[in-house]
Design a protein around this ligand. Sequence first.
Ligand SMILES: *[C@@H]1O[C@H](CO)[C@@H](O)[C@H](O)[C@H]1NC(C)=O
Ligand SMILES: *[C@@H]1O[C@H](CO)[C@@H](O)[C@H](O)[C@H]1NC(C)=O
Ligand SMILES: *[C@@H]1O[C@H](CO)[C@@H](O)[C@H](O)[C@H]1NC(C)=O
Length: 478
Amino acid sequence: MFTKLTAGSVLSISVVILAYLYYKDDPDIDNRLDQVLSGLLRAEKKLAIAKPRIALGFGGCEDLVVNALNLFNKMGIEPPENPKHFDSVHSEEELAQLLAYFFQHGAAAERYVSNDTLFSALTKMADTLPEKKYFLGGNAPVMARRLANEGAEVLLGAKFTKQLRNTLPETVKVVGGEPEEDDIHLLMEYDIGDKWGKYKSPRANRLIVHSDNSNPYIDTLEDLEKEIKDFKPSVLVVGGLQMMDNFPFKEGFRQERLAKLRNLLTSTPRTTKIHFELASFTDHTLFQEIIDNVLLYSDSLGMNEQELPNLVSMLVHGNISLVADSQPRIASVLDQLRTVYSILKKTREVDRKRKITRLHLHTLAYQAILTTKGSQWKNSMSAAAKASLTAHRYICGSQYINLMKARLIMDDSFTTTAAAQHSQRIPLQENRPVSCWDEDDYEICLAPVLVCTEVIKTGGGGDNVSSAGLLAQVNSMF
Ligand SMILES: *[C@@H]1O[C@H](CO)[C@@H](O)[C@H](O)[C@H]1NC(C)=O
Ligand SMILES: *[C@@H]1O[C@H](CO)[C@@H](O)[C@H](O)[C@H]1NC(C)=O
Ligand SMILES: *[C@@H]1O[C@H](CO)[C@@H](O)[C@H](O)[C@H]1NC(C)=O
């Protein structure tokens, strides 16, 4: 099902906003959302049901979720004069500046707090807030649960207490041992339009802080390695490596761990696909090591709209880009995906390196999946639809999609590239909401998200969405 391409001119942002306001008062809007939803559900239904075996690493923790502004008020932390970025947090002042920095951009971030007194004061206070919620956390466990709920057989390298482990489905086999207590990651969420002093957030998002002294060592690696040979997974998913970011390792220790991880990847047979879920990296030496030891050994990559420009920046210039547009234009993200794909395509398949054949970009407004033609990744259209529906379901906290809580923020049409001479305009067709088209040796599918307007949860959304898309394509391999 390919969308026909038509040429056209670029809509200005003001026109898009006007169009949105117009739709809001228009009875047709319900009908339009309804059509998009039916289209997405139809595409999702086409997916084969299979029970693939999937192995995942690394890390496990307990997520404590609160409202950022409630917590800061209760702690008596005032909005700072100047927002500022820090690689790791030492004091309340730094924390306030850091929140302001990401809050004003609506950008997701995750940072290590080196001050134990501060971190424990934060979690104690968070625990007293009425809205607080505890969840099983960590990228790999969240993905593991999603995949198990969808019917996969899962092997997970992670460390949990029994109590937390029991919240996972029984079909998840956990290897990695039990810690005395679970590490807590504090997710401080805010909504679109929230105000903190003179700052206003352009979209709902969260700042995560942790003081985790075990997950950075990816110490469940050896346990996973031992089990994986017999488990023979279709896919090995690697995530949670951002825990290493700005962690005070002993000299050389981080490199040692990453080399060990590379060994696991190189000893994995080609019949097992390797998916790497990117995250927010701020230390450019670490990011380069991760590219060299993990990314170049992966077949598939998942990332959000902040992680993609950061990866482009690393691959093209060798530097980090900390915050990017929280609602980037489709044409420019598609160009970024092409850049990543074409650079990684040049990877020489020596030393058991792998060529990237799949890129999944998850954003608030849409899902984009690029796959190499003729690769094992099939059904991109349904996978994009599945990812899009999962994004809504996750954030609204409900399997049923209530259109009263949904809106489309994707433009009515988009151009495929910012390079004017090659650009084509693709309209969003309500009755066939997922657009797929071919270019060179790859296909791109793009699905609009019915954005959830009553946010229950944002943290972990990327992991859910990415796993939903991945599983859709793994199932189609059989
Ligand atoms: C650590 O945090 C505590 C509590 O906020 C603060 O009193 C202390 O000064 C901080 N330590 C450093 C080194 O900033
Ligand atoms: C990264 O380096 C490039 C080229 O030197 C430069 O144009 C760009 O502004 C830098 N980006 C950041 C975020 O520093
Ligand atoms: C997303 O993942 C969480 C954690 O694994 C799970 O509890 C939730 O049911 C998932 N939600 C959706 C809609 O996929």
